[in-house]
Design a protein around this ligand. Structure first.
Ligand code: SAH
Length: 393
C-alpha cells in the first residue's frame, strides 16, 4: 500500500471528513491512477484511504476515514447498500431515483440514476473507474435492476485523464425508458438524453408547480429551458390552459410534446418553441405578452465560483425579463444549478433583477434538489441546485 504524506497543517480538511485532497497539500508520495493509497498527516498519522488521481488537481478522493476499513469489493457493496437503504426510507414518489450521488453517498466520482428497471451510471473519477466492474456487479445485485447503461461522457472525466465512454455495461436492449413521477408518465433515452437521461433533481419542484398553478389558478404558463417538459406536464396537471415549452434542443422538445397526449392532455394546450430563451423572452416582451406563471431552469452558468460574476449577470437578465412578463400576482419558479452561486447570492441576484424590472415579489418557498440528491454536512460543494418560488406583487 502506497502512502501519500501531506504538508504540515494540510490535514485539517480530512480531519473534518471533507473527502478531497488538492495537489498543493501533498508533500510526497504518488501512485497509479485510481490506486488506493493511505493518506497520512505530516507526522505520519493515518487520515484516510483514498483513490489517487495523478492528473487531477483533486489528487486524492477519500473512500474512508476508518483505519480498519479495507477498500475491496465488499466496501463497495456496503456503500451501495447504504445508499439504496436511504432511498428506500425516503419513500420517493417515483420509480426514477438517484441511487448514488457521489461524495454525498461516500462514493466520490460515482453517479447512478435508476429509471424503472434500467440503471444509468457515470464514472467520473479514476477511483470510480478503477472499481467499475466491482461497482457494476454490486449495483445489479443490490438494486435488482435488469440493465445498466454507462454514461461516462461528461467533460469532467477529461480532468481525471479519462476518455469519454458510453454503452451498455450490464444487459442490453432499448435505451428508451418510461418512468412514473408523481403519477405522471415521462419517457427518456439513457443513451441520448442529457446527463444520465433526465433531471431527477427537480422532481419535487415540478410537483410544487402543479400545486401552485392549481392553487393560484394560473392559465398561461411559460416553461423556459424546458428540456423534455417535466415542468410543462406539471403545469397542465395543475390545470393550466396554455403552456409554452422553450428550449434550444429540438429533440428534447419533441419529447416534451409527446408527453402531453401521453398524460391524457389535449395537445392543443401545449406549444413547443425551439429558441434561445434570452431571445424568446425579449421577443415576448416586445410582443406585449403576459404570463401567469414562468419557470426558469437554466443550465449551469457558473461551474465554479470563478465564473460567478459573469453568471450573475446572465441570471439577473433572464429573471428581470421574466418578472416583466408576469402579470401582477403571477408566479416565478427560478433556479440555479451552478455550484459557484450560493443560495444567498442567488437570492441577491434575483432581488437585483426585481429592482431593475421594476417589480416586487414575495418569496413563497426556498427550493432545492430532491432528497435523493443529498447534501451532507461534510461536503458543502455538493449543494448545487437552489431556487425560489416568487409571487409578483
Ligand atoms: N427544466 C428541465 C431541465 C433543464 S436543463 C427539466 O425539468 O427537466 C437545461 C436545458 O436548457 C437543456 O434542455 C438545454 O437544452 C437548454 N438550454 C441551454 N441553453 C439554452 C438557451 N440559451 N436557450 C434555450 N435553451 C437552452
Amino acid at each position: 500500500m502506497k502512502s501519500i504524506r501531506l504538508r504540515e497543517g494540510k490535514e485539517r480538511s480530512l480531519l473534518r471528513r471533507h473527502p478531497w485532497v488538492f495537489e498543493g497539500s501533498i508533500a510526497k508520495g504518488a501512485a497509479d491512477a485510481g490506486e488506493t493509497v493511505r493518506v497520512e498527516a505530516a507526522d505520519g498519522r493515518f487520515l484516510a484511504w483514498g483513490a489517487y488521481s495523478p492528473s487531477s488537481k483533486i489528487r486524492v478522493r477519500a473512500w474512508s476515514f476508518d483505519p480498519a476499513e479495507r477498500i475491496d469489493a465488499s466496501f463497495f457493496q456496503r456503500r451501495i447498500a447504504r445508499a439504496l437503504a436511504l432511498r428506500t426510507r425516503l419513500a420517493i414518489a417515483s420509480n426514477g431515483q438517484r441511487l448514488v450521488h457521489g461524495e454525498a453517498d461516500g462514493l466520490p466520482g460515482l453517479i447512478v440514476d435508476r429509471y424503472a428497471e434500467v440503471l444509468s451510471a457515470q464514472f467520473l473519477s479514476v477511483g470510480a473507474e478503477r472499481w467499475r466492474e466491482v461497482i457494476a456487479d454490486a449495483l445489479m445485485a443490490a438494486s435488482g435492476a435488469a440493465r445498466l447503461y454507462e454514461r461516462s461522457d461528461a467533460s469532467v472525466r477529461g480532468l481525471e485523464g479519462l476518455a469519454p465512454r458510453s454503452g451498455w455495461l450490464r444487459g442490453d436492449g432499448a435505451s428508451e425508458v418510461e418512468i412514473d413521477e408523481h403519477g405522471r408518465r415521462l419517457t427518456l433515452d439513457v443513451a441520448s438524453g442529457h446527463k444520465t437521461g433526465y433531471y431527477l433533481d427537480q422532481r419535487d419542484n415540478r410537483a410544487l408547480l402543479a400545486r401552485l398553478v392549481r392553487q393560484l389558478g394560473c392559465q398561461r404558463v411559460l416553461n423556459c429551458f424546458a428540456y423534455t417538459g417535466g415542468f410543462s406536464i406539471a403545469a397542465l396537471a395543475g390545470g393550466a390552459r396554455e403552456v409554452f415549452s422553450v428550449d434550444s434542443s429540438a429533440p428534447a422538445l419533441a419529447r416534451a410534446s409527446a408527453h402531453v397526449p401521453l398524460n391524457g392532455f389535449d395537445p392543443a394546450l401545449h406549444q413547443a418553441v425551439v429558441a434561445d430563451v434570452n431571445a424568446h423572452l425579449r421577443s415576448a416582451l416586445a410582443g406585449g405578452e403576459k404570463f401567469d406563471a414562468i419557470v426558469l431552469d437554466p443550465p449551469k452558468f457558473a461551474p465554479t465560483a470563478a465564473h460567478a460574476e459573469r453568471a450573475a449577470r446572465a441570471y439577473k437578465d433572464i429573471n428581470r425579463l421574466a418578472l416583466m412578463l408576469l402579470r401582477p400576482g403571477g408566479l416565478l419558479l427560478t433556479f440555479s444549478c451552478s455550484g459557484g452561486i450560493s443560495p444567498d447570492l442567488f437570492r441577491k441576484i434575483v432581488a437585483g433583477a426585481a429592482l431593475d424590472a421594476p417589480a416586487d415579489a414575495a418569496i413563497l418557498h426556498r427550493l432545492e434538489g430532491a432528497p435523493d440528491h443529498p447534501t451532507t454536512m461534510t461536503f458543502p460543494e455538493g449543494e448545487y441546485l437552489k431556487g425560489l418560488a416568487l409571487l409578483k406583487v
